[in-house]
Design a protein around this ligand. Structure first.
Ligand SMILES: NC(=O)c1ccc[n+]([C@@H]2O[C@H](COP(=O)([O-])OP(=O)(O)OC[C@H]3O[C@@H](n4cnc5c(N)ncnc54)[C@H](OP(=O)(O)O)[C@@H]3O)[C@@H](O)[C@H]2O)c1
Length: 339
C-alpha cells in the first residue's frame, strides 16, 4: 500500500492530460482528486488496479464557489481546462490557499507570423481584444502572471496525443496502417514540422513543476519530427510497410496530401528552458508514447463499431469529415504518377 503524503487536485481530471497526470502524481506519492462535471465512467473502485490514491469529485468550474471549496488546502492544483481571464481570476483567488498551481495553456498564444525556430517562451504572445481560443489563453496567462504570490507554472503544449484524447491527429496514420494502405501522400514535401506533445511527458513536466513551484512559463513538446517522419514512426511501431509519397505545396481540395500539421514554415517549440530550469527529459520515448496511444485508440474505435468520428469528434470539428482519408484521390494520384 502506497503512502500518499501530499494532495493534488486536477481540474479536468478525467481528460487525457488529467489521467496521465494522475498516474504520474500517484507514482510520486500524491493522493489525487480528479475534478470533472459528468459521472466518471470508471469511477474508483476499491482495489482496482492503478486507482490506488485516486478519488474523484463532480464539480463544474463555472461554479466558482464550489470550485474553490474543492481546491482549498491542496498542495498542488493542476488546471487542464482554463481558457479565459475569468478562469485566471478564479485561480488567482488561490494565492496563499494552495501550495502551487500548474495551468495548461497552448502554443497557439505565440504571435505569428515570423515565428523563430525554435520558439522560446520569451516570444511575444498575442494581444487582442477578441474572444477566440488563442486570445483567451494569452489573456489567461497574463492574468495569472500578474497575480502577486501565485506560484503558477503555465505550460504551453503542442497538439496533444495520448489515451482518452478526442482530437488524436495521429489517427490520420494509425487508421491507414489498420486499412493496410500501401502508401500515403503528403503535401508540403512531407517536411512540415508542427509541435506535438505526448500527454505522458506533459505529466512529467507537471510533476517537475510541482517539485519546484514558481511563477513561470514553459513550452512542452516532443522532439520536432517532420510529418513524414511521424508517419514513418507510426507505421514502424504498427509493423506496417507503406511508401511515403510527397509533393510540394499545400494539399488539394479533395484532401490529397492533407495532414493536420501541414504548415509552410516550421513551428518548433524550444525545450531549453524546461531542460535548464527543471532538468526535464521526456519520461516516455516517442515510440513508447505512440504505442500507448495506439493500444488505446485501436480498441476504442473498434468498440465504437469503427466509427472513428465518434471517438475523435474534434478531428471533424477542426477539419471536417472528408479530408482525412481520401484514398480514391491517392490511388488516382499514384496510378497517374506511375503510368
Ligand atoms: N488537444 C490539443 O491538441 C491541445 C493543444 C494545445 C493545448 N491544449 C489544451 O489542453 C487542455 C485540454 O486538456 P485535455 O485534452 O486533457 O482535455 P480533455 O481530454 O478534453 O478533457 C477535458 C476534461 O475537463 C473536464 N471538464 C470540461 N469542462 C469542465 C468544467 N467546466 N468543469 C470541470 N471539468 C470540466 C472534462 O470532464 P467533464 O466533461 O466530465 O466535465 C474532462 O475531464 C486545454 O487547456 C487545451 O487548451 C490542447
Amino acid at each position: 500500500m502506497t503512502v500518499h503524503d501530499r494532495r493534488a487536485f486536477i481540474i479536468g481530471g478525467t481528460g487525457q492530460i488529467g489521467r496521465a497526470t494522475a498516474a504520474r502524481l500517484t507514482a510520486a506519492g500524491y493522493a489525487v482528486t480528479l475534478g470533472h462535471r459528468r459521472p466518471r465512467p470508471d469511477a474508483a473502485k476499491p482495489g482496482a488496479a492503478g486507482l490506488d490514491g485516486i478519488t474523484s469529485v463532480q464539480v463544474d468550474r463555472a461554479d466558482t464557489e464550489a470550485l474553490l471549496r474543492a481546491l482549498d488546502g491542496h498542495d498542488l492544483v493542476v488546471d487542464t481546462v482554463a481558457f479565459t481571464p475569468l478562469h485566471g481570476a478564479q485561480l488567482a483567488q488561490l494565492a496563499g490557499r494552495v501550495g502551487s498551481l500548474v495551468v495548461i495553456s497552448s502554443g497557439a498564444v505565440y504571435q505569428a507570423p515570423g515565428l523563430p525556430v525554435p520558439i522560446p517562451e520569451t516570444w511575444p504572445t498575442i494581444e487582442r481584444d477578441t474572444h477566440d481560443y488563442p486570445a483567451g489563453k494569452a489573456a489567461l496567462e497574463r492574468r495569472l502572471l500578474a497575480t502577486p504570490g501565485l506560484p503558477v507554472s503555465i505550460l504551453r503544449t503542442g497538439v496533444l496525443h495520448g489515451p482518452y484524447g478526442t482530437s488524436l491527429d495521429h489517427w490520420s496514420f494509425i487508421k491507414r496502417a489498420l486499412d493496410k494502405r500501401p502508401y500515403v501522400v503528403i503535401a508540403q514535401d512531407g517536411r512540415s514540422r508542427f509541435p506535438t506533445s505526448a500527454v505522458a511527458n506533459v505529466a512529467e513536466l507537471i510533476h517537475l513543476c510541482a517539485r519546484r513551484p514558481g511563477a513561470r512559463v514553459l513550452n512542452v513538446a516532443d522532439d520536432p519530427l517532420t510529418v513524414a517522419e511521424i508517419g514513418a514512426r507510426i507505421f514502424a511501431v504498427m509493423g506496417h510497410e507503406a511508401e511515403i509519397i510527397t509533393f510540394a505545396g499545400p494539399s488539394r481540395p479533395d484532401g490529397l496530401g492533407f495532414n493536420p500539421w501541414n504548415v509552410p514554415e516550421p513551428i518548433v517549440f524550444s525545450m531549453d528552458k524546461a531542460r535548464a530550469e527543471l532538468g526535464y527529459r521526456p519520461a516516455v520515448p516517442y515510440d513508447d508514447a505512440l504505442r500507448q496511444v495506439i493500444e488505446w485508440a485501436v480498441p476504442a474505435v473498434s468498440e465504437a463499431g469503427g466509427r472513428w468520428q465518434e471517438v475523435f469528434p474534434d478531428l471533424i470539428d477542426r477539419h471536417g469529415p472528408d479530408v482525412w482519408f481520401p484514398y480514391a484521390a491517392e490511388d488516382a494520384y499514384v496510378a497517374g504518377a506511375t503510368r
